[in-house]
Design a protein around this ligand. Structure first.
Ligand SMILES: NC(=O)c1ccc[n+]([C@@H]2O[C@H](COP(=O)([O-])OP(=O)(O)OC[C@H]3O[C@@H](n4cnc5c(N)ncnc54)[C@H](OP(=O)(O)O)[C@@H]3O)[C@@H](O)[C@H]2O)c1
Length: 275
């Protein structure tokens, strides 16, 4: 597995398995398939309702803890309730872990996010979490966070794929040494993406699938990806992008696909009471 180094020195795998919306036996089975294919990093959230199943699988697998990387998230409802310590303790219990590798705030709810961050910092200082970060933060959320933060987020997990390359935000995060992690990196296989001519041409040119072209584009841009799949052949396909290189001209061609198309909510316009 290859890693990027976070701003506090922690090594984070460049690809992880997205686990939403898998649950129960499906997730249990996929955990074992994924680890046998070489996945070491798993992305969940208390909002996904699947931590229990991921926890059970990792516990039964008896994999060496230090060889796995678990990300989970503080949900909006947990932020509203306001007991951040209890939220983390619940995740630790369900995941059957003593510590979380990366704890992310799921959304920048304007009413709670600054207060929640200060509580997350305390849990980080107590070493219950190896790194803390955020999701769905725009530049203005980060600027506001910087005004109260003692700890700069290690990661910003955002929707990112060729239809939504988020270049200004990516450059802003780079300036502050915040690692970008791309969720929905395949735009949930939206037609606009899979029928894109540039991607189809590059797929033929490099003899790789469109998914592999996208993951490699991210890797060469220092971006972590967390695709979700529950199929073994796709688990194998999605992790197989380390044996080729996309030329800088072709990277630029992929950059040009951007049309600011989202498959998930825009954090500036979403209704936090419903998320
Ligand atoms: N922080 C946040 O707010 C947030 C929001 C959304 C998602 N996430 C995280 O990001 C993860 C991934 O995002 P996502 O699930 O929204 O979208 P995604 O990974 O872009 O797309 C998942 C879809 O692509 C299919 N797929 C995966 N690999 C494929 C391949 N090689 N060929 C063809 N189809 C393939 C999957 O189908 P099959 O399963 O049938 O293969 C699934 O339908 C989530 O699981 C979650 O952990 C975070």
């Amino acid at each position: 597995m290859k890693y990027f180094i976070l701003n506090n020195g922690i090594k984070m795998p460049v690809i992880g398995l997205g686990t939403f919306p898998m649950r129960r036996l499906e997730l249990f089975k996929v955990f074992f398939q994924a680890t046998s294919c070489g996945y070491t990093s798993f992305d969940t959230s208390s909002a996904y309702g699947n931590e229990r199943w991921l926890g059970l699988a990792q516990w039964i697998s008896r994999k060496q803890r230090e060889k796995l990387f678990f990300t989970t998230k503080l949900s909006n409802s947990q932020q509203r309730e306001g007991n951040i310590r209890k939220a983390l303790e619940d995740s630790l219990r369900l995941l059957k872990l003593d510590y979380i590798d990366l704890y992310l705030m799921h959304w920048p709810n304007p009413e709670t996010y600054l207060k929640s961050w200060k509580e997350m910092e305390k849990l980080y200082e107590e070493k219950l979490i190896r790194a803390i970060g955020v999701c769905n933060f725009h530049e203005h959320h980060l600027n506001k966070l910087f005004s109260v933060a003692n700890v700069i987020p290690a990661v910003n997990q955002i929707e990112l794929h060729p239809l939504l390359s988020q270049k200004p935000l990516v450059n802003f995060c780079k300036k502050y040494n915040i690692q970008i992690e791309a969720y929905s990196p395949l735009a949930r296989m939206n037609e606009k993406l899979i029928k894109n001519k540039t991607l189809i041409d590059l797929s033929k040119k490099y003899n790789k699938t469109i998914s592999q072209i996208i993951f490699r584009w991210n890797y060469q841009n220092n971006i972590i990806v967390i695709p979700k799949t529950s199929h073994k052949n796709r688990l194998i396909e999605n992790i197989d992008f380390f044996d080729f290189e996309i030329s800088s001209d072709d990277i630029k061609k992929i950059d040009l696909i951007n049309c600011d198309f989202r498959v998930r909510h825009n954090p500036d316009t979403c209704d936090f009471t419903k998320l």
